[in-house]
Write a new protein. Structure first.
Length: 397
């Protein structure tokens, strides 16, 4: 049995961040009823990669969910939604600030229908503050959070992290917050409002930079892949790519030199301890190391250093990472049967639990695939459903 079985979510989320949060809930058994705009659907349905007009991006983020296609701005649509909310545990949304209020579906309104509802909102800047009405997208928020200023090389421009980190982190924060709200509800019987901001999520991963600024008055410049307190802690060029090494003690340095036959560096007084290696890393040590590593394969270096129990990893391409035995053993690349795409590979369930593991029950829904099913459940007759379809208030697959 999955831990969230019996939990019902009315899900207005779309695109990435919010959909990731409710995907996690679905993986662990929640019944996630996705509310999609009639005739349009989730924005992610149009995002590459596309096969036969269907998005694999959407398929990944919406696996295990159900879809109702509805005009939520109409009186008829709002009435349907309120009947669904009356039987739900959670409402999740990631629209622009004020959008749910304008549709008459605010927390205060839906709390009248279900006083115990957990109402989770996620957007760029959250529900308060001077930027709350500003549209927030991942690149812009990485820039505004300070994360881009910390990412990249000293002589290069501020750089976006390759993945959509704001969406990823805020989605996980939202799923965690919802589960904490469920625990509170179990203890007290009371729901609550949850407020997650992508900017907050990104600001939280700056590690020690904010406290360093407060204590010292400034923050060290970005350092690329290296780390000033440990050396060598960097990616080194090889003949077929790059390899990441992390040597954090003088004893490890000795083992590192022995493993790669760096006798000429092992006893060099410029590199004899961690402080000196750090001071001289960009003044000659890195070049001396790459004189050796450029003649070797990244995977050969990885193997040699691992045998010495030193931290090391080749810089894998996405294809190489997908093909590792570790990813296979951890079930982090799974096949999911999707109605629109057929069998599609996607990342597996990250959270591993012994007693109540998560799993993917089915692929993503077609737009409006479950409209008729859920309207029937809340008391609509076949005739009334047909009338709603004909008038454009709902859509079915």
């Amino acid at each position: 049995m999955r831990p969230l079985e019996g939990i019902k979510v009315v899900d207005f989320t779309q695109a990435h961040a919010g959909s990731l949060a409710t995907m996690i809930l679905a993986d662990f058994g929640a019944e996630v009823i996705k509310i999609e705009r009639a005739g349009v659907g989730d924005l992610a349905r149009y995002w590459a990669p596309i096969k036969d007009g269907n998005s694999a991006y959407y398929a990944y983020l919406n696996r295990g969910k159900k879809s109702i296609s509805i005009n939520a701005s109409s009186d008829e649509g709002r009435e349907i939604i309120k009947k669904l909310v009356a039987e739900a545990d959670i409402v999740a949304e990631n629209f622009k600030f004020g959008s749910m209020d304008r549709m008459g579906l605010s927390y205060d309104e839906l709390k009248k229908v279900n006083p115990e509802i957990i109402y989770a909102s996620l957007n760029g800047f959250g529900q308060n503050g001077p930027f709350k009405e500003v549209i927030g997208l991942d690149l812009q928020l990485q820039a505004m959070s300070g994360l881009m200023d910390r990412t990249g090389f000293p002589d290069g421009p501020p750089t976006k992290v390759g993945a959509a980190m704001g969406d990823q982190f805020s989605g996980h924060y939202m799923a965690t917050a919802i589960m904490m709200a469920l625990i509170h509800k179990k203890k007290t019987g009371k729901g609550q409002k949850v407020d997650i901001a992508i900017l907050d999520s990104l600001f939280s991963i700056l590690e020690a930079a904010p406290v360093t600024k407060c204590l010292r008055g400034d923050v060290p410049p970005r350092v690329g892949n290296s780390y000033p307190s440990i050396s060598p802690y960097d990616t080194l060029e090889t003949k077929d790519g790059y390899v990441a090494v992390g040597i954090s003690t003088d004893r490890q340095w000795q083992k590192f030199c022995d493993a790669l036959k760096l006798d000429h560096l092992k006893e060099d007084p410029r590199y004899i301890n961690n402080e000196k290696r750090g001071d001289n890393y960009e003044l000659g040590l890195k070049d001396a190391l790459e004189d050796v590593t450029k003649k070797m394969s990244k995977f050969d270096i990885e193997k040699i250093l691992r045998e010495k129990r030193l931290a090391c990893g080749a810089v894998y391409t996405v294809k190489e990472a997908m093909g590792t035995d570790q990813v296979k053993e951890r079930e982090m690349l799974i096949d999911v049967e999707d109605k629109a795409l057929g069998k599609v590979k996607m990342p597996g369930v990250v959270i591993k639990m012994e007693k109540t593991p998560g799993s993917v029950s089915h692929g993503a829904p077609l737009l409006g695939e479950h409209s008729e099913e859920y309207l029937s459940k809340i008391g609509y007759s076949a005739e009334k459903i047909n009338e709603l379809v004909e008038n454009g208030f709902i859509e079915r697959a």
